[in-house]
Design a protein around this ligand. Structure first.
Ligand SMILES: Cc1ncc(COP(=O)(O)O)c(C=O)c1O
Length: 420
């Protein structure tokens, strides 16, 4: 790339700002973007072509090429990507649409906006427990939860750790269910060598700032189903047909309405912008390298932390899986032995950031009382992850010294508590 005055100025400003930062802190996440993305973002702004257009189209194509999906419909967040997936699935335009009160089985260990599109569209989430080691939906519980009303399963690989996709696909096939994936935490993760996101009817990804790659905010829904992709494009943009391939049949049926303002389904404005898409195209080139670093860090930290495995549970990566390590999770085996707040405060004082794992056992969140749902079995593991679990960063900017430092701080704490 030609390093012109604008590029050099951005680089200069970036270096001035970031040289002041205290790098010792082990953050949950650090920016995946830098000078190149800001330069390209700015160049796109200068063109004044900012609303969804050619760049967004190219970005969607890049996503399809990279992961082997047929159709990608980008949007302004992972939450919107989930909303598009469910609203299209419920649309009158969709030939295989689901109906109100149909049940969707989902792990209780979930993110809030994995669930809300279901309930907003009148689907009933059926919550089941997860496995304590993988943190993903428990297959036996899924089997128990199937009723006459069950129409689908929503798989949410936690922190980039693939769910048991072959088992889930078998259950779906046997019971005629749709398989959906919320892979917002799992970009680049694979199961049996295949990228997550392509196993079911549709899947969502997030480009939020803290995720594997970012467009500041952003998301994408992917599918191999042309009809669904067209409906998502309609819903993404006001409910009009302007951005779909199959415009002709609509135009023919409504010759008196301007095709640019022909509205055929209820919709929103959930679009990604051109500068964001241009940024995303640079980010996607960097994904493999980021994943390599996350996986290397996770492997090293897991090997060090094994020493403390009497006290903690660390996330298990199954042999079929290629985990994309959104973060490193720690579950305290017994909170009578180690108090979570005391440990997290100690870590935070030693400049290691912590957070709870997704939304915890979502059934215990007050909002769940406001919508129809069903719970199958006890949710012991999801509850334990909520009360005993937390996560720390394992991102692309950490090196061996910082990973070793995390281990040293844990060791210091355990010695202080006379647990070693
Ligand atoms: C599993 C899952 N789904 C959906 C989302 C929503 O993504 P966004 O923050 O881009 O709206 C997140 C957010 O981190 C998530 O973890």
């Amino acid at each position: 790339m030609k390093k012109n005055f604008l590029y050099k100025s951005i680089k200069n400003e970036w270096q001035k700002f970031h040289s002041k930062k205290n790098n010792k802190k082990i953050k949950l996440h650090e920016p995946t973007f830098g000078v190149e993305e800001i330069f390209n973002f700015t160049k796109q702004l200068i063109t004044t072509n900012v609303t969804m257009g050619k760049q967004v189209e190219s970005f969607e194509k890049k996503i399809c090429d990279k992961f082997g999906f047929k159709y990608a419909v980008s949007s302004n967040s992972g939450s919107s990507a989930n909303l598009l997936m469910i609203s299209a699935l419920m649309s009158n335009l969709y030939s295989k649409r689901l109906k109100k009160n149909d049940e969707i089985i989902v792990s209780a260990l979930a993110w809030s906006t994995s669930i809300f599109p279901l309930t907003q569209y009148g689907l009933k989430p059926v919550f089941v427990d997860c496995n304590l080691k993988t943190m993903n939906i428990d297959i036996q519980q899924v089997k128990k939860a199937i009723s006459k009303k069950t129409k689908g399963i929503l798989a949410i690989p936690i922190y980039g750790n693939p769910c048991e996709m072959v088992e889930l696909m078998k259950i779906c096939k046997k019971n005629n269910l749709v398989l959906l994936e919320d892979t917002c935490e799992s970009m680049g993760a694979k199961y049996n060598g295949n990228f997550l996101g392509g196993f079911g009817l549709a899947s969502s990804f997030s480009f939020y700032f803290s995720h594997h790659i970012t467009c500041l905010e952003g998301g994408v829904t992917v599918t191999n189903d042309f009809e669904l992709s067209e409906i998502m494009k309609i819903i993404r943009s006001h409910g009009w047909i302007r951005n779909i391939e199959g415009k002709k049949k609509w135009v023919k049926n409504y010759p008196k309405i301007d095709p640019n303002f022909l509205f055929v389904n209820e919709g929103y404005n959930l679009r990604l912008t051109e500068p964001q898409a241009r940024m995303g195209m640079i980010q996607i080139k960097k994904l493999d390298n980021f994943l390599k670093k996350r996986r290397k860090n996770a492997k090293y930290l897991t090997s060090l932390m094994e020493e403390f495995s009497d006290l903690f549970i660390f996330q298990e990566e199954k042999k079929e899986s290629f985990h994309s390590w959104f973060g490193f999770t720690v579950i305290i085996k017994d909170i009578k032995v180690i108090d979570r707040n005391t440990l997290c405060n100690f870590l935070n004082k030693n400049k290691i950031e912590t957070r709870v794992i997704v939304s915890g056992n979502f059934v215990s969140q007050p909002v769940v009382r406001t919508f129809k749902h069903r719970v199958v079995g006890n949710l012991t593991n999801a509850s334990k992850i909520m009360t005993n679990g937390f996560s720390i960063g394992i991102h692309q900017n950490l090196g061996n010294n910082q990973i070793k430092y995390i281990y040293d701080v844990f060791k210091k704490f355990l010695k202080r508590e006379h647990l070693l």
